[in-house]
Design a protein around this ligand. Structure first.
Ligand code: GUN
Length: 295
Protein backbone atom coordinates (compact mmCIF):
# COMPACT_ATOMS: atom_id res chain seq x y z
CA UNK A 1 0.00 0.00 0.00
CA UNK A 2 1.25 3.48 -0.83
CA UNK A 3 2.43 5.67 2.05
CA UNK A 4 0.39 8.58 3.39
CA UNK A 5 1.96 11.89 2.38
CA UNK A 6 2.69 14.20 5.34
CA UNK A 7 1.79 17.71 4.16
CA UNK A 8 4.52 19.96 5.63
CA UNK A 9 3.25 22.97 3.73
CA UNK A 10 -0.19 22.75 5.36
CA UNK A 11 1.20 22.20 8.87
CA UNK A 12 3.71 25.05 8.39
CA UNK A 13 0.86 27.33 7.24
CA UNK A 14 -1.06 26.49 10.43
CA UNK A 15 1.98 27.47 12.54
CA UNK A 16 2.48 30.67 10.54
CA UNK A 17 -1.13 31.64 11.22
CA UNK A 18 -0.64 31.01 14.94
CA UNK A 19 2.55 33.11 14.95
CA UNK A 20 0.81 35.89 13.00
CA UNK A 21 -2.01 35.97 15.57
CA UNK A 22 0.40 36.01 18.55
CA UNK A 23 2.47 38.73 16.87
CA UNK A 24 -0.63 40.93 16.61
CA UNK A 25 -1.33 40.28 20.30
CA UNK A 26 2.25 41.16 21.29
CA UNK A 27 2.07 44.40 19.30
CA UNK A 28 -1.28 45.31 20.83
CA UNK A 29 -0.30 44.49 24.43
CA UNK A 30 3.28 45.83 24.54
CA UNK A 31 3.99 47.69 21.28
CA UNK A 32 6.84 45.26 20.51
CA UNK A 33 7.38 44.43 16.83
CA UNK A 34 9.49 41.26 16.38
CA UNK A 35 12.63 42.05 14.36
CA UNK A 36 14.91 39.64 12.49
CA UNK A 37 18.29 40.39 10.90
CA UNK A 38 19.63 38.17 8.11
CA UNK A 39 23.29 38.06 7.20
CA UNK A 40 24.21 36.45 3.89
CA UNK A 41 27.86 36.18 2.87
CA UNK A 42 28.66 35.31 -0.75
CA UNK A 43 26.62 34.33 -3.77
CA UNK A 44 25.51 30.74 -3.17
CA UNK A 45 22.21 30.48 -5.11
CA UNK A 46 20.57 28.08 -2.64
CA UNK A 47 21.46 30.34 0.32
CA UNK A 48 20.15 33.38 -1.56
CA UNK A 49 16.87 31.55 -2.21
CA UNK A 50 16.51 30.51 1.47
CA UNK A 51 17.13 34.04 2.75
CA UNK A 52 14.63 35.43 0.24
CA UNK A 53 11.96 32.94 1.40
CA UNK A 54 12.65 33.68 5.08
CA UNK A 55 12.41 37.44 4.40
CA UNK A 56 9.05 36.97 2.69
CA UNK A 57 7.80 34.98 5.67
CA UNK A 58 8.80 37.90 7.96
CA UNK A 59 6.72 40.27 5.83
CA UNK A 60 3.74 37.94 6.08
CA UNK A 61 4.10 37.80 9.89
CA UNK A 62 4.28 41.59 10.11
CA UNK A 63 7.86 41.43 11.49
CA UNK A 64 10.54 44.06 11.03
CA UNK A 65 13.43 42.54 9.06
CA UNK A 66 16.74 43.59 7.53
CA UNK A 67 19.03 41.66 5.21
CA UNK A 68 22.76 42.41 5.02
CA UNK A 69 24.25 40.93 1.85
CA UNK A 70 28.02 40.83 2.02
CA UNK A 71 30.62 39.85 -0.61
CA UNK A 72 32.34 36.44 -0.43
CA UNK A 73 35.67 38.10 0.56
CA UNK A 74 34.18 39.73 3.69
CA UNK A 75 36.58 39.43 6.63
CA UNK A 76 35.74 37.64 9.85
CA UNK A 77 36.39 40.90 11.74
CA UNK A 78 33.86 42.81 9.62
CA UNK A 79 31.26 40.12 10.15
CA UNK A 80 31.89 40.12 13.91
CA UNK A 81 31.41 43.90 14.05
CA UNK A 82 28.10 43.60 12.17
CA UNK A 83 26.89 40.91 14.58
CA UNK A 84 27.85 43.07 17.58
CA UNK A 85 25.85 45.93 16.08
CA UNK A 86 22.77 43.73 15.76
CA UNK A 87 23.35 42.39 19.29
CA UNK A 88 23.01 45.99 20.56
CA UNK A 89 20.08 46.97 18.31
CA UNK A 90 16.81 47.00 20.30
CA UNK A 91 14.73 46.63 17.10
CA UNK A 92 16.39 43.26 16.43
CA UNK A 93 15.28 40.18 18.42
CA UNK A 94 16.73 37.52 16.12
CA UNK A 95 20.00 37.27 14.16
CA UNK A 96 20.44 34.64 11.46
CA UNK A 97 23.79 34.11 9.77
CA UNK A 98 23.04 31.94 6.75
CA UNK A 99 25.34 28.90 6.50
CA UNK A 100 27.59 27.76 4.97
CA UNK A 101 30.08 30.62 5.34
CA UNK A 102 33.12 31.03 3.08
CA UNK A 103 36.07 28.84 4.13
CA UNK A 104 38.22 31.73 5.46
CA UNK A 105 35.61 32.59 8.11
CA UNK A 106 35.54 30.48 11.28
CA UNK A 107 31.94 29.35 11.72
CA UNK A 108 32.29 28.64 15.46
CA UNK A 109 33.62 32.16 16.14
CA UNK A 110 30.68 33.68 14.27
CA UNK A 111 27.98 31.54 15.85
CA UNK A 112 29.37 32.23 19.34
CA UNK A 113 29.37 36.00 18.71
CA UNK A 114 25.58 36.16 18.34
CA UNK A 115 23.85 37.12 21.62
CA UNK A 116 22.36 33.77 22.68
CA UNK A 117 19.05 35.49 23.47
CA UNK A 118 18.87 36.53 19.78
CA UNK A 119 20.14 33.18 18.45
CA UNK A 120 16.98 32.15 16.55
CA UNK A 121 18.95 29.36 14.83
CA UNK A 122 19.75 27.76 18.20
CA UNK A 123 23.40 27.29 17.17
CA UNK A 124 25.11 29.22 20.02
CA UNK A 125 26.93 26.91 22.48
CA UNK A 126 24.73 28.23 25.33
CA UNK A 127 21.58 27.10 23.49
CA UNK A 128 23.18 23.81 22.40
CA UNK A 129 24.08 23.10 26.04
CA UNK A 130 20.72 24.16 27.41
CA UNK A 131 18.98 21.85 24.93
CA UNK A 132 21.17 18.90 25.98
CA UNK A 133 20.38 19.39 29.69
CA UNK A 134 16.67 20.05 29.02
CA UNK A 135 16.48 23.78 29.88
CA UNK A 136 14.17 26.06 27.90
CA UNK A 137 16.05 27.65 24.99
CA UNK A 138 15.89 28.66 21.36
CA UNK A 139 16.04 25.38 19.43
CA UNK A 140 17.37 24.85 15.90
CA UNK A 141 14.55 25.41 13.40
CA UNK A 142 14.75 22.28 11.25
CA UNK A 143 14.88 19.82 14.20
CA UNK A 144 12.13 21.70 16.06
CA UNK A 145 10.12 21.67 12.82
CA UNK A 146 10.55 17.90 12.51
CA UNK A 147 9.17 17.44 16.03
CA UNK A 148 6.13 19.63 15.24
CA UNK A 149 5.61 17.79 11.96
CA UNK A 150 5.58 14.41 13.72
CA UNK A 151 3.27 15.49 16.52
CA UNK A 152 0.83 17.44 14.35
CA UNK A 153 0.59 14.64 11.76
CA UNK A 154 -0.36 12.14 14.48
CA UNK A 155 3.01 10.38 14.75
CA UNK A 156 3.97 11.13 18.36
CA UNK A 157 7.56 9.91 18.80
CA UNK A 158 7.04 8.87 22.44
CA UNK A 159 8.22 5.30 22.97
CA UNK A 160 9.20 4.92 19.31
CA UNK A 161 12.60 4.02 17.90
CA UNK A 162 13.78 7.02 15.91
CA UNK A 163 16.78 6.44 13.67
CA UNK A 164 18.50 9.60 12.43
CA UNK A 165 20.90 9.30 9.51
CA UNK A 166 23.45 12.13 9.70
CA UNK A 167 25.27 13.73 12.65
CA UNK A 168 25.41 17.40 11.67
CA UNK A 169 25.19 20.23 14.21
CA UNK A 170 22.28 21.70 12.24
CA UNK A 171 20.03 18.62 12.08
CA UNK A 172 21.33 15.23 13.27
CA UNK A 173 22.62 16.07 16.75
CA UNK A 174 19.92 18.60 17.73
CA UNK A 175 17.02 16.43 16.49
CA UNK A 176 18.40 13.61 18.63
CA UNK A 177 18.52 15.91 21.67
CA UNK A 178 15.00 17.22 21.09
CA UNK A 179 13.36 13.79 20.60
CA UNK A 180 15.30 12.30 23.52
CA UNK A 181 13.82 14.72 26.09
CA UNK A 182 11.60 13.17 28.75
CA UNK A 183 8.77 15.44 27.65
CA UNK A 184 5.51 15.47 25.72
CA UNK A 185 6.06 15.14 21.97
CA UNK A 186 9.47 13.55 22.54
CA UNK A 187 10.51 10.66 24.82
CA UNK A 188 11.82 8.55 21.91
CA UNK A 189 14.61 5.99 21.81
CA UNK A 190 17.08 7.58 19.40
CA UNK A 191 19.87 6.07 17.32
CA UNK A 192 22.19 8.09 15.09
CA UNK A 193 23.67 6.32 12.07
CA UNK A 194 26.37 8.05 10.04
CA UNK A 195 29.16 7.60 7.51
CA UNK A 196 31.32 5.84 10.12
CA UNK A 197 29.10 2.76 9.83
CA UNK A 198 29.98 0.32 7.02
CA UNK A 199 26.30 -0.47 6.43
CA UNK A 200 23.70 2.02 7.70
CA UNK A 201 20.81 -0.15 6.48
CA UNK A 202 21.30 -2.39 9.57
CA UNK A 203 20.13 0.63 11.60
CA UNK A 204 17.63 2.22 9.22
CA UNK A 205 15.64 -1.05 8.95
CA UNK A 206 14.95 -0.92 12.68
CA UNK A 207 13.38 2.53 12.63
CA UNK A 208 9.76 3.22 13.53
CA UNK A 209 10.58 6.78 12.50
CA UNK A 210 13.44 7.34 10.06
CA UNK A 211 14.94 10.82 9.71
CA UNK A 212 17.23 11.23 6.69
CA UNK A 213 19.60 14.21 7.00
CA UNK A 214 22.56 13.19 4.89
CA UNK A 215 22.73 15.63 1.98
CA UNK A 216 22.92 12.94 -0.71
CA UNK A 217 20.12 12.69 -3.26
CA UNK A 218 18.11 9.47 -3.05
CA UNK A 219 20.53 7.77 -0.61
CA UNK A 220 17.76 6.04 1.37
CA UNK A 221 15.92 3.49 -0.73
CA UNK A 222 12.83 1.41 -0.02
CA UNK A 223 14.98 -1.66 0.77
CA UNK A 224 16.47 0.22 3.75
CA UNK A 225 13.06 1.02 5.31
CA UNK A 226 10.94 -1.08 7.64
CA UNK A 227 7.38 -1.73 6.40
CA UNK A 228 5.02 0.93 7.76
CA UNK A 229 7.76 3.25 9.06
CA UNK A 230 7.34 7.04 9.16
CA UNK A 231 9.98 8.60 6.90
CA UNK A 232 11.08 12.22 7.35
CA UNK A 233 13.22 13.47 4.48
CA UNK A 234 15.33 16.48 5.47
CA UNK A 235 17.38 16.60 2.25
CA UNK A 236 17.01 19.48 -0.21
CA UNK A 237 19.35 18.61 -3.10
CA UNK A 238 19.51 20.37 -6.45
CA UNK A 239 19.93 17.88 -9.30
CA UNK A 240 20.36 18.83 -12.96
CA UNK A 241 17.18 18.55 -14.99
CA UNK A 242 17.30 19.96 -18.51
CA UNK A 243 13.50 19.69 -18.77
CA UNK A 244 12.98 22.05 -15.78
CA UNK A 245 12.73 25.76 -16.51
CA UNK A 246 15.63 26.72 -14.20
CA UNK A 247 17.71 23.68 -15.21
CA UNK A 248 17.41 21.80 -11.91
CA UNK A 249 14.90 20.15 -9.64
CA UNK A 250 14.85 19.53 -5.89
CA UNK A 251 15.07 16.00 -4.53
CA UNK A 252 15.39 14.66 -1.00
CA UNK A 253 17.82 12.23 0.61
CA UNK A 254 15.14 9.55 0.23
CA UNK A 255 14.36 7.81 -3.04
CA UNK A 256 10.68 8.74 -2.93
CA UNK A 257 9.41 6.20 -5.49
CA UNK A 258 10.81 3.08 -3.80
CA UNK A 259 10.39 4.43 -0.24
CA UNK A 260 6.72 5.31 -0.62
CA UNK A 261 5.82 1.71 -1.46
CA UNK A 262 7.26 0.52 1.89
CA UNK A 263 6.75 3.41 4.34
CA UNK A 264 3.51 4.03 6.23
CA UNK A 265 3.91 7.80 5.94
CA UNK A 266 6.47 10.00 4.22
CA UNK A 267 7.32 13.68 3.75
CA UNK A 268 7.69 14.94 0.17
CA UNK A 269 10.50 17.19 -1.15
CA UNK A 270 9.62 19.97 -1.66
CA UNK A 271 6.67 20.52 0.68
CA UNK A 272 7.77 18.47 3.68
CA UNK A 273 10.42 19.60 6.18
CA UNK A 274 11.48 22.74 4.22
CA UNK A 275 8.40 24.86 4.98
CA UNK A 276 8.57 23.75 8.63
CA UNK A 277 12.07 25.21 9.03
CA UNK A 278 10.80 28.65 8.00
CA UNK A 279 7.69 28.39 10.19
CA UNK A 280 9.81 27.52 13.24
CA UNK A 281 12.17 30.42 12.49
CA UNK A 282 9.14 32.72 12.69
CA UNK A 283 8.10 31.08 15.95
CA UNK A 284 11.60 31.42 17.42
CA UNK A 285 11.75 35.10 16.47
CA UNK A 286 8.39 35.73 18.12
CA UNK A 287 9.55 33.91 21.26
CA UNK A 288 12.79 35.93 21.34
CA UNK A 289 10.76 39.14 21.02
CA UNK A 290 8.41 38.04 23.82
CA UNK A 291 11.53 37.83 25.98
CA UNK A 292 10.36 35.10 28.35
CA UNK A 293 12.86 32.30 27.67
CA UNK A 294 15.93 33.42 29.63
CA UNK A 295 14.35 35.07 32.67
N1 GUN B 1 21.98 26.48 6.23
C1 GUN B 1 21.29 25.33 6.12
N2 GUN B 1 20.37 25.24 7.11
C2 GUN B 1 20.48 26.37 7.84
C3 GUN B 1 19.78 26.85 8.99
O1 GUN B 1 18.89 26.22 9.56
N3 GUN B 1 20.19 28.07 9.44
C4 GUN B 1 21.19 28.76 8.85
N4 GUN B 1 21.51 29.94 9.40
N5 GUN B 1 21.85 28.34 7.81
C5 GUN B 1 21.49 27.14 7.30
Amino acid sequence: MAATIIDGKKIADDIRQEVRRETDELKASSGILPGLAFILVGEDPASQAYVRMKGKACEEMGFYSVTEKLPADTTEEFLLRLIRRFNMDPRIHGILVQLPLPKHIREDQILSAVDYRKDVDGFHPVNVGRLVVGQDCLKPCTPAGIQELLVRSGHDPSGKHVVVVGRSNIVGKPVMNILLQKQKGANAVVTIAHTGAPDISIFTRQADILIAAIGKPGAITGAMIRTGAVVIDVGINRVDDPTAKNGYRLVGDVDFVSASTVAGAITPVPGGVGPMTIALLMKNTLRAAQGTIYL
